[in-house]
Design a protein around this ligand. Structure first.
Ligand code: GSH
Length: 228
């Protein structure tokens, strides 16, 4: 029997890495508890070394957080959850669709640095027009191509990249919210997919909780002054 799972995450407003496995697990119905550790907090300083072997979030614990079995780094967390709950559909059932879903999730995991740097995730922020430059525009073009290609080839059975919701969608959820924060306008199939992702119950739940947070971190807010 699988030990109870706890996902250790950072601030929901800012932590795109935390959002991905949280949305993947919640969106696919994998049962887990969460342990939020806010960046720069006393909680973080006192407990992150125990809660995270890498010193980063997210981390998935099987059994007690800090003394059970840890898996860290988003892709590894999703793969571990998929092994523990193979019937939850974290990845598509069809082998080629599954390989493609892993490819696009891995591309997100290792790439799009220009977009991530210039448009940090900030669910409650609204900075239309900020952060755009030629490198970011190239990242956005590649992302919309990934979305439209997957939707055309694998998506017709549903609203998501591979039809039914999967971990691949969770990897792109913080991108869908960034496009809202920074006013990146999409059209056609890419826009329809972005709206489907923003309307996903797990994405909405995380976003609503993130918006309620009050912490302000200057490095995540390049376009806001604390007094604004
Ligand atoms: N490659 C890692 C990245 C994790 C990561 O960078 N987490 C950030 C938060 S979004 C973090 O924990 N930062 C805290 C710090 O740098 O002290 C993953 O996929 O989980």
């Amino acid at each position: 029997m699988t030990a109870a799972l706890t996902l250790v995450v950072g601030n929901k407003n800012y932590s795109s890495w935390s959002m991905r496995p949280w949305v993947a697990l919640r969106g696919c119905g994998v049962p887990f508890a969460e342990r939020v550790v806010k960046f720069e907090s006393e909680d973080w300083k006192a407990n992150i070394a125990t809660l995270s072997p890498s010193g980063l979030v997210p981390v998935l614990w099987e059994g007690a957080p800090g003394s059970g079995f840890a898996t860290w780094d988003t892709l590894a967390i999703v793969e571990r959850a998929n092994e523990l709950f193979p019937d939850k559909g974290l990845w598509p059932a069809d082998p080629q669709a599954r390989a493609r879903a892993r490819s696009v999730a891995a591309e997100m995991h290792s790439g799009f640095r220009a977009l991530r740097g210039a448009m940090p995730m900030n669910l409650r922020g609204r900075h239309p027009g900020k952060g755009m430059n030629p490198e970011v525009a190239r990242d956005i073009a590649r992302i919309t191509r990934i979305w439209t290609d997957a939707r055309a080839q694998y998506g017709p059975g549903g609203a998501y990249l591979f039809g039914a919701f999967s971990a691949a969608d969770a990897f792109y959820a913080p991108v869908a919210t960034r496009f809202m924060t920074y006013g990146v306008e999409l059209d056609g199939e890419a826009r329809a997919y972005q709206q489907a992702l923003l309307g996903n119950v797990a994405v909405k739940e995380w976003t609503a909780e993130g918006i309620r947070e009050k912490e302000f971190y200057k490095e995540d807010e390049p376009y806001t002054s604390p007094a604004a």
